[in-house]
Write a protein that binds this ligand. Structure first.
Ligand code: ACO
Length: 448
């Protein structure tokens, strides 16, 4: 099979959101802490009528409809999510409702879970299926869906919510460069969800940043080694047109790109110019641990990498800044931002992707983009996703209302025997929503 990859995408995020500027005031944080310090503009969240199941139902049914894909043409469906609604029944089985209606129950795949990495695991599974001898010629489908909510405290402004659906098959406009992959997996307690009675994670924020950057280093080294092995020449940031990062908050993305630039400097790569070399020279003898701790290095590398950041990363940051951390969907929402911003100038471009899930699991991999025929053209993907339209029709709520909503959701989490507000006034037509959880914990959804 040639050029296996992503043929089509759809993104859904809740229409309800809170401005980071307003949250700063509400939380008594210093001005600019969330907007400049974290680099975030706005944060989406689910009200009581939405959850990871309703969002994924919406994303999948909209994708099938807008690209005119017959549901019988799907042979594998995998979901990545870290939002636990049921410890046994997969989100995938809820999505089967869409396919059963059309007489298709012959669909492999279940859910993958490890923090923000589950979507990448699901994507690799489906791509591997299409490349394997058990492929039956039908499309694969991957769904990343999460609602990121945190207990009161410094992590709360790094929430968000979204679902992304991706259609997988051969001859794709977003094709995997399958040989170039570097992973780093290890045991860490940086962010985890041991309390099954709560939706909130336990998080060691500072440790999670360091774990993320160490994983990034390690993946980059392995990615570069694979590239050199199969391509015959060394890899540097000059070989990547765009770099897309898992995006819990934008500041970490800025630091991550600066870190890659510093890695290129240490490897004496061609992407680093003479002026930058001079500025980075004082840090060349730092040990690994010292280099993660050095604030001066962080600042200097961000400064010297700024121009490349603006060209190779900035176009990928739009949706994550507006919607927040979408956990499994964050990396793919960042990628969707690139399609949104640059769809007409992406033919032949290489995009390097970095996926990170706490705990921890991480992989760096790459896509080669190609102009394809409709409906699977990059410009049609941008049109279908309609990111501007979706952002424009959002409804901003006050921090007080946002907190009230979180309290209601805390109370409802793991509960049974309730009906929701069924307030769908803000949802666009075609959106699925939760109506009821009955005395047997069975969940019921309707479509607006
Ligand atoms: N104006 C501008 N910048 C400011 C201001 C201000 N008024 N006040 C603070 N800042 C800056 C700080 O200098 C810092 O930036 P820097 O790192 O470049 O120096 C930044 O704002 C954050 O402030 P801190 O005090 O360092 O950190 P805080 O206690 O607010 O916590 C954290 C931030 C750790 C990211 C927290 O939000 C968190 O735990 N989030 C969840 C964990 C997470 O997302 N980890 C990422 C990988 S794992 C995952 O994806 C879930």
């Amino acid at each position: 099979n040639n050029d296996v990859g992503i043929l089509a995408m759809e993104i859904y995020f809740p229409p309800t959101c809170v401005q980071q500027e307003a949250l700063e005031v509400h939380d008594g944080a210093s001005k600019g802490k969330y907007t400049i310090g974290l680099g975030q503009d706005c944060m989406a969240f689910c009200t009581d009528v939405e959850d990871v199941i309703s969002m994924s139902l919406t994303a999948v049914s909209s994708l099938l409809e807008k690209y005119q894909i017959d549901p019988k043409q799907i042979g594998r469906l995998e979901v990545g999510s870290e939002t636990v609604i049921d410890k046994s029944k997969s989100i995938k089985t809820f999505l089967m409702q869409i396919f059963e209606e059309h007489g298709n129950t012959d669909i492999e795949g279940v859910d993958s879970t490890n923090a923000c990495y589950g979507g990448t695991a699901a994507l690799f599974n489906v791509v591997n299926w299409v490349e394997s001898s058990s492929w039956d010629g039908r499309y694969g489908l991957v769904v990343c869906t999460d609602s990121a909510v945190y207990a009161e405290g410094p992590a709360r402004p790094t929430g968000g919510a979204a679902a992304i659906a991706m259609l997988i098959g051969p001859n794709a406009p977003i094709a995997f460069e399958s040989k170039f992959r570097g992973s780093h997996m290890s045991h860490a307690y940086d962010f985890y969800k041991p309390n099954l009675a709560s939706e909130y994670p336990v998080v060691d924020g500072k440790l999670s940043q360091t774990c993320y950057l160490m994983a990034l280093d390690s993946c980059y080294k392995r990615f570069c080694a694979k590239f050199e092995k199969f391509q015959g020449n060394p890899f540097s940031l000059s070989d990547a047109d765009y770099v897309v990062f898992h995006s819990p908050y934008n500041k970490l993305v800025q630091k991550s790109f600066a870190r890659l630039y510093f890695m290129d400097f240490l490897r004496n790569a061609s992407s680093v110019d003479e002026a930058a070399k001079e500025k980075l020279a004082p840090y060349s003898s730092l040990s690994g641990d010292e280099s993660y701790a050095s604030r001066d290095l962080e600042k200097t590398s961000q400064q010297v990498a700024k121009q490349l950041y603006d060209a190779k990363v900035q176009p990928t940051t739009f949706v994550p800044k507006q919607v927040g951390n979408m956990y499994t969907a964050s990396l793919y929402a960042a990628f969707a931002s690139l399609i949104h911003n640059k769809h007409s100038e992406l033919d032949g471009k290489r995009v390097v992707m970095f996926s990170y899930g706490s705990g921890l699991t991480s992989t760096m991999f790459s896509f080669r983009l190609r102009e394809c025929q409709n409906p699977f053209s990059l410009s049609n993907i941008a049109t279908v996703m309609d990111i501007s339209g979706k952002l424009k029709s959002r409804h901003e709520v006050t921090p007080e209302k946002f907190i009230d909503n979180l309290q209601l959701m805390e109370h409802r989490y793991g509960g049974k025997d309730f009906v929701t507000s069924k307030d769908v006034s803000l949802l666009s037509p075609g959106t699925f929503y939760l109506t009821q959880v009955d005395s047997m914990y069975r969940r019921f959804y309707s479509k607006k």
